[in-house]
Design a binder for this molecule. Structure first.
Ligand SMILES: Nc1ncnc2c1ncn2[C@@H]1O[C@H](COP(=O)(O)OP(=O)(O)O)[C@@H](O)[C@H]1O
Ligand SMILES: [Mg+2]
Length: 138
């Protein structure tokens, strides 16, 4: 039985679609939804030297994304929001090690600019490395 669904969110269109699909599944299975946003310090370190202010603004943007996800969940479905910092793919895998997740629902692509590739680097890594099933929404 699917009881705990992890939905990694980055605010992209595919991630929004993944949220909707995860809500449908949670309702059908009576499962709990966990939303996880990772403030991507990999990307930040390339763009600028990492300051507290930058990290704070990225984390705040994540809070908006998480709030929107939480608000989309209908009454009666259990839900929780998690905000972490680090490399998204690694943090998502760590989360799976530490929590009892039995399904991941995520977008095929995210905010990246590369077109024409089916999977982004985060979704590719999670599909390859996760021990539980991963539903990739496209
Ligand atoms: N920083 C992040 N925090 C949480 N989930 C993320 C993050 N980045 C990507 N994801 C998840 O991975 C999916 C695929 O994104 P990604 O692999 O980064 O593709 P792209 O290369 O197009 O950005 C997203 O739809 C989202 O579900
Ligand atoms: Mg990305």
């Amino acid at each position: 039985m699917t009881k705990n669904i992890l939905v990694p969110v980055d605010g992209s269109k595919n991630s929004e679609d993944a949220i909707q699909k995860a809500i449908e599944l949670a309702q059908a299975c009576n499962a709990k939804l966990s939303f996880l946003y990772v403030a991507n310090i990999n990307q930040l370190a390339i763009n600028a030297c990492l300051t507290e202010a930058i990290l704070e603004s990225v984390t705040k943007a994540g809070d908006v994304i998480l709030d929107r996800a939480m608000e989309a969940v209908p009454e009666g479905v259990e839900k929780e929001a998690f905000s972490e910092t680090g490399s998204p793919a690694v943090v998502i895998l760590d989360f799976l090690e530490e929590h009892d997740v039995d399904l991941v629902v995520m977008g095929s692509r995210g905010l990246g600019v590369m077109k024409g590739v089916l999977l982004g680097s985060v979704s590719q890594y999670v599909v390859e490395q996760a021990k539980c099933p991963v539903l990739v929404v496209k």
